[in-house]
Ligand binder design. Structure first.
Ligand code: ZN
Length: 161
């Protein structure tokens, strides 16, 4: 059975950045089960898996545009240190949860700290990063009507509710 829309796919995956740093991995854990065509995994990986069959192994590098997007320079901003009142020490690499323009929660990362200003980056931490996946397809099955309706997988490796 091929990987196609509305099928449940179980994959072992190992994700690294261009420096070889491991960002995520299912090694030593259960495979990931996802509903294909549901937008549950990044578009570049979903595209690469389409039409493949159980047992296939592939290594692909997904460009940022088909992963977490390019870095948006307008999302990097210098804000007054006063905005961090009550925090004794601010250092590059610290992360804070703030509200985005639409009121949604988002995480910003401190990239630079000056005497009066703190530069924060609200881009996704993986924006602008090409991602390399080592994937082995463990299984492919038809999704149930309920899974298609919910837009996610039930049972092993998926949602339990
Ligand atoms: Zn459900």
């Amino acid at each position: 059975m091929q990987v196609a829309k509305n099928r449940v796919v179980l994959i072992d995956y190992h994700l690294t950045d261009p420096q070889g740093k491991v960002l995520d991995s299912s090694r030593g854990r259960e495979p990931l089960a996802y509903l294909h065509g549901g937008g549950n995994i990044i578009p570049g990986l979903e595209e690469a898996l389409t039409g493949r069959v159980k047992g296939e192994a592939l290594t692909i590098t997904v460009a940022p545009a088909k992963a977490y997007g390019e870095k948006d320079p307008s999302m990097i901003q210098a804000v007054s240190r006063d905005a961090f009142k009550g925090i004794d020490k601010i250092e590059a690499g610290m992360q804070f949860q703030t509200q985005g323009p639409g009121g949604q929660a988002r995480v910003v990362t401190v990239t630079q700290v000056d005497a009066n200003e703190v530069t924060v980056d609200a881009n996704h931490p993986l924006a602008g990063v090409p991602l390399t996946f080592d994937v082995v397809i463990q299984d492919v099955r038809d999704a149930s009507d309920e899974e298609i309706q919910h837009g996610h997988v039930h049972g092993a490796g998926g949602h339990h509710h």
